[in-house]
Design a protein around this ligand. Sequence first.
Ligand SMILES: [Zn+2]
Length: 499
Amino acid sequence: MRIVSGGVQHETNTFSKIPTTLADFVRDSNCGETLAGGETIFERFRGTGSIHGGYISGAEAAGFELVPLLCAKAQPSGLVEKTAFDTMLGWFVERLKEEQPFDGVLLDLHGAMVAEHHEDAEAAFVAAVRDVVGAKMPIVVTLDLHANISARLAELADVIIGFDTYPHVDMQDRGHEAAELIARIVKGEITPVQEFRQLPLITLPPRQCTLRDPMQTLMARVHQMEQEAGVLTATVAMGFPFADIPDTGASIMVTTDGDAELARAKADELAGWLWDLRDELQPELTTIEDAMTYANDHPDDGLVIFADGSDNPGGGAPCDGTIALHALIDAGFKGGVVGVIYDPETAAQAHRAGVGATIPVRLGGKTDNLHGAPVERDAYVRALCDGKYIYRGPMMHGVQDNLGPTATLIVGGVEVVVSSQRRQCFDAEMLRIAGVDPVARRLLVLKSAVHFRADFGPLAGRIFDADTPGIHRPDLAAFDFQRLRRPIYPLDDLAQWMG
Ligand SMILES: [Zn+2]
């Protein structure tokens, strides 16, 4: 048995003005200029906490030959340029044709990609693959928990398997599950019947977290459902809210073995469970002033984390916001750290000056005027590094990544880790390489909404979801939706959902 695999992953924030280019995918995928498949992908992902890591282990367990063709990924940002999307899809389709014959296709997609010419970019991707392989070839798609899934995408894929966790610590498990499932389909052991439900519901990152209730309990129920006779897999996609397209928001899927009636019944049941949680999914936000007061009043509570999700690059925000940094400096707060601020210009300036130098900086606030003004002050260069690291925490464990030349500065009494690449700080290793031990600090401002909880959560005495402005602010009132389907809760008053 031969199964091909691949995909293009992007979470597109349509409120971002920064277009996503082919060069962004080439830089962030780390698979060479033409995004090589084959051995490059085996070397990069084998044994790692990634979807392809799971495809590789699943292929070994099921005893089939895996042929990886492409694994493209770019940091979340604005619309994917037409040329970028068409070029990568073109490469994938060309490689698919070269590798024929094969028995099935595993697609590693995100589910919230929006291209300039395709509002539903994943459906366009899978449709192009269908054109090559035909209607009968099994296609199993893995998607992020933040996928905004359309009915068309659900129709095009035989099975969709979504992540069950946020922070996304089960990527390898879901890739492995997809690989074992497609092998059973090809062998004729199972006949998947997938039922999809889109809910009139849009939710925000802080409460989508599966380490907290209500999602923790919901996912435990989903796992019980997956153990029921006849059920093959079930998915809850909470959606990526910062995309103004009709399909943004929550959806669910249940796949059974050949039983359409059971699939419909279980899909209704699961959709009902999620719908019943709609009020509990609304976040509570805290200002930086209140977080500082808490840290000062509770010195024995350990590290306080201020999760500045509004400026989360993992959802397309600039990662150079300065609202919290300005407040820490103005308050003369002792023991504050901000990680990571993306500012290649300041990082380069610090690298030229060297450790021990004092330099006049204009730090952060450069991408737009929505996330705070630059901090203009003298800064002391405390440490420098090349920015290369391996994820050591539970998420993306073992994957190599790069912050680019990085500087640790002391600015107005606050320690700031300044990177040359835009990366969400969700692994403590990203601070340790910069000489910062978070446990030894009082208040840590992280440019992350939820993912940081996997690795930093156990180190924190208290975590606050930030009340800051930005294009990833967990507050629907801050956005002007034009294309979103209506009515939708909580933007519209929906007393009940008729399904
Ligand atoms: Zn996600």
